[in-house]
Write a protein that binds this ligand. Structure first.
Ligand code: ZN
Length: 497
């Protein structure tokens, strides 16, 4: 057997919301995924993550390639990563990479919207440092979350980049496999990837980022059309992450061809021109919370009422009470909400199921997400907060842990799940595992914009988005940007060159 080629695998993913005052710390990574060597590989087996896809493709080609798992670090989306946590993780990745011995290729999984206190372009920095160690000739292919903000530095460090094509992200594993296949074909000498990127000065509103609906649908159809040309190896649409206040915030496009730079440039320009022409369609249509909740009163349930201002998957605190208060005010009390409030969970540990207690829950992280909800409730259940999601869901995780959890009910019917860790609502198992029946409710307040849809669509008659205030507000005019580029549509008008 010929000597196998050695392929390094690294993942470092965080969606950093720079508008939230609380930082993401080293402990935040310890609480999620911080795995190295074989533990990284074993830990991701059976998940639906892009790194799972890397290892699956490597296993399928085990005669030719040897997987060299370096390290995986991920934390739940939240504030900017502290300088200390970021350098600790990057130093460790680089040290392990140096000790891994010579590599023939590298598979990397950055997120694209990672920001540290010291490195605003945190993905660009660590990818460049990896490039310095492996040298200019070892091919590196990276995957991206389309919620990343692409920088030239990130692109310069890689030979090819591919982002997931669906939002909610249900194709992460598949995109990981695709990236690995591209690397394998490169190492076999079958293709020579060359990449062109475009970063049009346009921000796409989060409300318009569901890929199976317009205006995204037509844009993705155009991108799919480009793939019918055999010299196009892959292309990607970066929808952008509006909650990272960094220079490169906004949409971006990537086209990778087989050694045809001119074609890559032409095709990336085609995508850019399409977005420019249709830029207005990618902006939000917003109405008041009062109007949106009133509309829910007219519709048949269950309704998935999406709390855009408290989008946990976008880094928000998961404790906004704005919709809970408004539903109660409009007497729509057959409503469920999940709130992050470790103090309440702690307080109720000494109570028994069936006890009636007074609580003050939610809106404790900052002053942007309403006021605490106060009332007398019955304790329905106490749980360890661990659940399992067998299906591919946004984020690609299967084993979930929201920490100690309680479920309480107000006499009006309002039902509140309280968690001690922030858990984005990507799985219906989050409810059913703790004896909450989603179809028993008229309204399920869900803290997200697009990511929860895969989980909630099967049980909800309606998906309604509410324009709530908060660190992930869909009303981008409410965000105080200091670092974004200017001009940037829709904040400033732009003109075709
Ligand atoms: Zn994403």
């Amino acid at each position: 057997m010929a000597e196998r080629k050695r392929i390094g695998v690294i993942g470092f993913l965080h969606e950093s919301n720079t508008f939230i005052s609380m930082p993401t710390t080293y402990e935040s990574f310890q609480n999620d995924w911080l795995l190295e060597g074989d533990k990284f590989r074993q830990g991701m087996s059976g998940a639906h993550h892009e790194t799972t896809g890397f290892f699956a493709a490597l296993d399928d080609n085990i005669d030719e390639f040897e997987a060299v798992p370096i390290m995986l670090a991920r934390a739940v989306p939240y504030g900017t990563i502290t300088a200390d946590a970021y350098s600790r993780i990057v130093d460790h990745i680089l040290l392990r990479l140096k000790h891994a011995g010579p590599l023939d290729g590298l598979l990397a999984a950055p997120h694209g919207a990672t920001v540290s206190a010291q490195q605003p372009d945190a993905d660009g920095y660590w990818l460049s440092e990896v490039r310095k160690i492996i040298g200019p000739d070892v091919p590196m292919i990276a995957t991206l979350d389309p919620h990343g903000n692409l920088s030239q530095k990130m692109a310069n460090a890689c030979d090819g980049m591919i982002s997931y094509r669906s939002n909610p992200h249900l194709d992460q594993l598949q995109v990981g496999r695709q990236a690995a296949e591209l690397l394998f074909e490169t190492l076999r000498g079958k293709v020579t990837p060359v990449m062109a990127v475009a970063t049009p000065p346009i921000a796409i509103n989060i409300q318009k980022q569901e890929t199976s609906h317009e205006p995204c649908l037509s844009l993705y159809q155009l991108a799919n059309q480009q793939l019918t040309d055999k010299s196009v190896l892959t292309n990607s649409i970066m929808l952008g992450f509006p909650y990272s206040d960094v220079e490169e915030m906004g949409a971006a496009f990537i086209v990778v061809t087989d050694n045809d730079q001119a074609k890559a440039k032409t095709l990336v320009a085609q995508l850019e021109a399409y977005l420019f022409e249709h830029r207005q369609a990618f902006q939000a249509d917003l109405e008041s919370v009062e109007q949106t909740v009133a509309k829910c009163g007219q519709l048949e349930g269950p309704i998935c009422l999406l709390d855009m201002g408290d989008n946990t998957g976008g880094g928000s605190p998961a404790d906004s009470t704005i919709l809970l208060h408004e539903c109660q005010r409009q007497e729509l009390t057959n409503t469920f909400v999940c709130l992050y409030d470790p103090a309440v969970v702690q307080d109720l540990q000494t109570n028994d199921v069936g006890d009636v207690v007074q609580i003050s829950v939610g809106a404790k992280t900052d002053r942007l997400h309403g006021t605490s909800w106060k009332g007398e409730v019955e304790l329905l259940g106490k749980y360890d907060g661990k659940f399992f999601e067998p299906q591919p869901r946004h984020g690609g995780a299967t084993d979930c842990d929201q920490g100690d959890t309680v479920v309480v009910r107000h006499a009006s019917g309002l039902t509140i799940m309280v968690t001690s860790k922030r858990q984005p609502p990507f799985s219906l198992q989050q409810l059913t595992s703790f004896n909450v029946d989603p179809i028993a409710f008229h309204i399920l307040i869900t803290k997200g914009v697009n990511a929860p849809i895969a989980a909630y669509q099967p049980v909800c008659r309606e998906i309604i988005r509410a324009n709530t205030a908060g660190v992930t507000t869909a009303d981008m005019s409410q965000l105080d940007y200091k670092h974004r580029r200017r001009p940037l549509y829709p904040f400033e008008e732009i003109y075709q060159e």
